[in-house]
Structure formats: C-alpha cells, structure tokens
Write a protein of this length. Structure first.
Lengths: 138, 119
C-alpha cells in the first residue's frame, strides 16, 4: 500500500492551498484585464503594459504560487488524480464570477457545479499515487 | 478567434501537465514552505523538461489572458478545463497511471459538470 496518512495529509494540504489560490488569481486577472483600456493582441508591449496593472500583477503572483503548489502536488499524486480533484476550483471560479464580476450564473451552471463536487469526491476516494514513488533528484 | 485561443490553451496545457507530472514524480516529494520553495525552484532549474513545461504553460497563459478579456470568466475557465479529459487519457497510456472505475467515473462526472458550467 503506497498511500499513508502523512502523504495523504500533505497531499490534501497542497490541494486546499491550490484550490483557493487559482480561482482568486483568475478573478484578480479577469478584473484587471476587463478594466484595462487596450485590447490584448499578439503585441507583447500591450501585455507588458497590462502586467503593470495592480490587479493583473496580483493575479499573476497568485497564479505563479498556485503553479508551484501544483508542481509540488504532482510530486505526491497522479496527474489523473490531481486533475478532477482540483476541478472543484471551477466551482469557486463560477461563484467568484457571480459575486465579484456580476456575471449571470444559471441553474444549469449550478447543477454543473454539483456534478463537479460529486465527481471530485468520488475521485478523492481513490489512491492518490498509482505509479512508482519518487526516486529523488538525479 | 475564441476557438483558436481555446485550442492553444488546451494543447499547451496538456503538454505542460504531462511533462510536469513525469518530471515531478522523478524528482521526489516537494513542498511549498520557505525551504521547500527554494528546493522546488532548484529542481525546476535543473530539469530541462520542467522548463519546457513552463514555456508551454506560458503560451497557454497568454492565450488564456486574451480569452478571458473577450469572453466571460464563467465561459473561459470551464471551457479551458476540457483539456483534463485529454490529459486523463494520456496519463493512463503515457504515464501508465491506474485509471480504475471510480477514478474514471469521477472524471466523467466532473466532465459533465464542466460541460454544464460552460453553457
């Protein structure tokens, strides 16, 4: 049995951190870009100007931390475990979209949120790591 | 334009995740405490496939940034999540992960939820 309570606790701690960081980062990024006066195109200068916006910068900072947290998570758990379990973040993104950006959320979307919630719970009952354990840095 | 951006997001994300999962399992357990972050950054710097995965992620990120400006967040986020089905299949066949009945059923429930969310 590869799973043990310590590894499982560390996995869920990283999951909890990631699940909140990503939607908060996306929310900040969306808020900043929606209030940015220029349309984002293939011109990199426009992207650089957008990054100076405090909300865009904060969003990028949170998304970088979320990326590092997810990478640490992938050292402990399978990709096919991490993907559906972290999908709970999309429910939070929908909630944040409605509350902070005043986007309309329909009954169908709330039903989708419930399905994601149940699916996440089902995947959460499976073994987090089904491949060989880490070998350590080469 | 939104479907082109979405295709770029999905493809680049899938490639990035496969590379990350493969390399992080090889690197051993990591954490995000102060010392853990320093070790993680060192691990990233030493592994070229992890650097490539971040390049893919950057491509995905800039495409997502353009998508989220033009479309509602409640479309852009769940629509880009469609990459996880492609990734689950690749995880089974490329990374040799065990995707059993419960994990498969859970992933399908999440897919159904994402499709309802995406409208």
């Amino acid at each position: 049995m590869r799973d043990n309570s310590g590894a499982r606790f560390r996995t869920y701690s990283l999951l909890g951190l990631f699940v909140f960081l990503r939607p908060l980062g996306n929310l900040s990024l969306a808020w900043g870009t929606k209030h940015f006066p220029q349309v984002l195109s293939l011109n990199p200068a426009v992207y650089l100007r957008a990054m100076v916006d405090p909300f865009v910068a904060l969003g990028i900072g949170m998304l970088i931390l979320a990326l590092l947290t997810r990478m640490a998570l992938l050292s402990l758990a399978d990709l096919s475990f991490v993907l559906p379990v972290t999908a709970i973040g999309y429910v939070l993104a929908t909630l944040f979209g409605q509350v902070f950006l005043h986007e309309a959320v329909t009954l169908q979307q709330w039903l989708g949120s419930v399905l994601i919630f149940v699916g996440t719970g089902v995947v959460g009952t499976t073994s987090q790591n089904t491949t060989t354990p880490g070998e350590g840095s080469e | 334009m939104k479907w082109l951006l979405l295709s770029i997001v999905v493809t680049a994300t899938a490639l990035s995740d496969l590379l990350q999962s493969h390399e992080m399992k090889k690197a051993g357990e990591q954490s995000v405490g102060a010392r853990g972050l320093a070790r993680l950054l060192k691990t990233i710097a030493m592994r070229r496939y992890l650097i490539l995965s971040i390049v893919c992620l950057a491509i995905s990120f800039f495409a997502f940034m353009a998508l989220v400006q033009a479309e509602p967040l409640s479309f852009a986020v769940p629509a880009s999540a469609s990459s996880f089905i492609l990734e689950t299949v690749l995880a089974k066949f490329v990374l040799k992960e065990h995707v059993g009945v419960r994990r498969g059923a859970g992933a399908l429930l999440v897919l159904g939820g994402v499709m309802l969310l995406a409208r």
